[in-house]
Every structure is written in C-alpha cells, then in structure tokens.
Design a protein around this ligand. Sequence first.
Ligand code: SF4
Length: 524
Amino acid sequence: MPDGRDPSNPTPGRETTNAGPTHGTPTSADLSGPTEKCGVVGVALDERAAARPLYYSLYALQHRGQESAGIVTHDGFQQHSHVEMGLVGDAFDESDLDSLAGQTGIGHVRYPTSGGVNASCAQPFSVSFKSGSLGLSHNGNLVNADEIREELADLGHAFTSDGDTEVIAHDLARNLLEADLVRAVKRTMDRIHGSYALTIMHDETVLAVRDPQGNRPLCIGELEDGYVVASESAAIDTLGGELVRDVRPGELVVLEPDGSGYDTYQLVENDDTAHCFFEHVYFARPDSVIDDTLVYEARRDLGRKLWEESGVETDVVLPVPDSGRAFASGYAEAANEMTADGTARDEGEDAVEFAEGLMKNRYVGRTFIMPTQDERERAVRLKLNPIKSTIEGRSVTIIDDSIVRGTTSRQLVSLLRDAGAEEVHVRIGAPPIVAPCYMGIDMASREELIAADRSIEEICEEIGADSLGYLSVDSVADVLGASKLDLCLGCVTGEYPYDIEGEETDRDVQRPVIGEGEPAHADD
Ligand code: SF4
C-alpha cells in the first residue's frame, strides 16, 4: 500500500512548497497511494433513458475518483446536468436520475487533476454556445492548458474554473463555429498537448477521444440496445455489455444517437504510444481488460517476474491488501516452482506459504484526522491489523505495488516486527518512483518521493526492512508485452513521453506552438 497523496498539493506537476505529512504539521494522515484522477463514460441507447446506465457505470468507476460525480444527458431538445461533490451514491437520488432525460449522455467521477478541489471543477463540464451545447468529461492532464487558456482569454473567452477541461471545451466550442464536428475535434487535438481520454456530448451526440499517445485507457462496449464508451471495461461488464475494443490512440469515436452503432475517425497517427504502466500496476480494477490483457493476470505475471528478479526465501508471503494481492499470488506461485536462485524445486519440498496476514479495516476512509506526529506514525494500525499466528516467529515477505514516501512501508515493517516476525522482507511489483506525474496522477512532489534521491539500500534502511526489492523497468515492459517507447514510464525514469517544461523526454516530441497567429488547418 503506497503512502499517500499530498492533500496540500492537489495539482500534480505544480510541486508544493508546503511539506507533506511526514515533514510538516498537517492534521490528517493519508494512507492512500498515487491517486487516479478520473473515470469517464458515455452511452447512447435506443428508447431507454441513459441516466441509470450512466449512474451504474460511475459506480463501477468509483475507484478512479471520489471527489465529485456528474452526469450530463441530452433529450434531443436540451441538455440536462447534475454534478455534485461526493461519492456516486451520495451525489444522485431517484429524482436527480429522473430529471436527467434523454437516451444519450456522459458521466464523470473526479479527483482533481488540475484546478482546485471545488464544485466549479467538478465534471462533466457543460457549456452552451452559438452552435449548440457541449458537455465534457476528461481523464488526464494537459501540459499546455495555460498557454491555450491565455490565448482564448485574449480572444474574449471567459473561464469559470482553472481546470484544463474547460480549456478543451472552449477550444472545441470555438472550432465548432468554423468547422464540422470531426474537423473541430481534430483542430482541438492539434492544439492540446498531454494526456486525455474524453467523453464529449455535442447536443445529443456522444463522442470519445483518446490522446495520440493513448496515455489513459478508454474502451468501447456493446449493449443489447446501444453502445457505451468508458475508462475501463468493468463499467461495460456492470451494464451487462460486451467489450468491443480499446479506443485507439488518436482516434475519435462517434456514437449514433439512437444507439444503432458508431463511426470512428483516426484523427492523429503516432509512431509510439505512451500507455501509463501504472494503470496495469495500480489504478485500474483487476477485473478490467486493458490492451487485451486482464489487469489481474498482468499483476500476477508482474509478481512472478518479481520472484525471478529479486525473490527471497521466507516462510510466508503476505500481500498488502488490497492492491498487493495479485502480485503476491503470482510471486508465491513462482516461489513454489523454483528457488530464489532459479533452480526447480524438488517434488515434496516445503512449499512457500501464501497467506492473508494483514486484515484491512474497510471503514477507514482515505484521510483521517491524526493531530500529532506520533499518531500519524501509527496511522497504519488503524487501517491494517496483523494476524499474529501467521507471522509470529517466522520470516515474512510483504508484497506491495509501490512505495511513495516510505511512511506506510516503515509503519508496516514495524507492525510486523511487533507481531513477532523474525525477518521482514519487502518486495514491490513496480520500479522505484523517482519523479512526479504530470499526466493526471497525484503522486507526490519530487522532494517527498523516498526514491527520488536514495538508493534501494538506503530506502531499505529507512523503512527498517531486512531486504527490499523492486521490479526493473525492463521487466515491466517485458511483462506488459510492450516496448519501453510504447509506455509512459515518466515517474520511474524521470523521462516523459510529453514535452514538459523543465523535464526530460524519452522520445522526439514537441508541444504545439500556441498563440502565434491562426492555425493553418492544413489537413482539414
Ligand atoms: S508518469 Fe507514471 S503515473 Fe504518470 S502517466 Fe506516466 S507512468 Fe502513469
């Protein structure tokens, strides 16, 4: 279990000068990991209201954002919108859903990406303009939103939030005054730079767009009476639908408003992709399928590789619930097939035990009040409790998906020693996080990341473990079946697939030039 976003720095990439929970004196402890920012969905149905299927989809995507939830529908005459702060279950009641008329709509769950934690940034963002109404749901983060905002503001556009989604909405609205829907989307895609998976409503038409490098996931599903586009296939499963395929990087999907089908347009071609590897490791639901692979299986395979790369012989292997479970099961399976030095186990040789040795209190929220440093240091005990009989007098390996600040790992190691563990080894199913994320994941600032300026040995000493092992970047790419240049690995290499001011890139990429005369629209 990683150790937390910084509540004082909701905007990734804008590093905080206010130190986080381990260094300063905030009043809350936060045991969540890197935080996914958003989930998006869109549906078009034949003779059935879209509101309830959207609502159920948002439930399925709740893990991608817990700050606000919203739905925008269109009934052929006008747009209807309901957006509230809070969890999906709290944001809507029966009458809200009844008021969202229409067979097409989009939805959103949000944790703030850019823009503050307030209702003005909750989504879908909706706007009416000369040639109709627009609704937008965005997962990701633009790295050139400020430049476009400045240019549009100079042209007279008035902004109501400081979020990048409004920038996309205004840019698209402006392009729709001059071009048809597909060309307008293309013009906006040529200007925005960064990570985006969007569901858009233009009047009653639902669109889905994925950025040319496909950083965030987005997929198409077929229902009995229509089509759905969603961040993860788990939302399609929830509606009883079938996954058709992922939306391709740079592709626009336009759903027929009567749910009878969809058209696709490959608007931008790119040699490389930049899928966020952390979706597979941590963010996505294990029951979702991304890039044709079940996330649960990918995590098990990463766990197997972790054993091959840095396995250590111990009595018992424990997952850190819930996110370490699939890794630990793959790790333990591999450990029972071969020894840590790579030789096959003899038949009848004592098996490595895979056990649930840490029980999670599911009623502890993401953040809770911890007034003193001492209490914050003990925060993990509120969330996790060891099963002593599994641990006492034994050497244990705990498997987790990442270490962010190191606070939680240190607490966990100490918890296990207090429960009687003779040795505590820590294995992580991803490489060390050395740099922040600018693409919509709330990691922590560089100064707060324990691995930013420490060796693995130094981190091991800081968290008090007997040994520590991470998975290598090469192995992640190998297990995910991708070239490193088709993945975003920015937070573990410090080299990003987008042109970000002050940061290195790992490929030939340049942000569009904004504000120097009218764009040429050569390929319109
Ligand atoms: S920097 Fe890390 S978390 Fe952010 S998109 Fe890239 S891989 Fe994902």
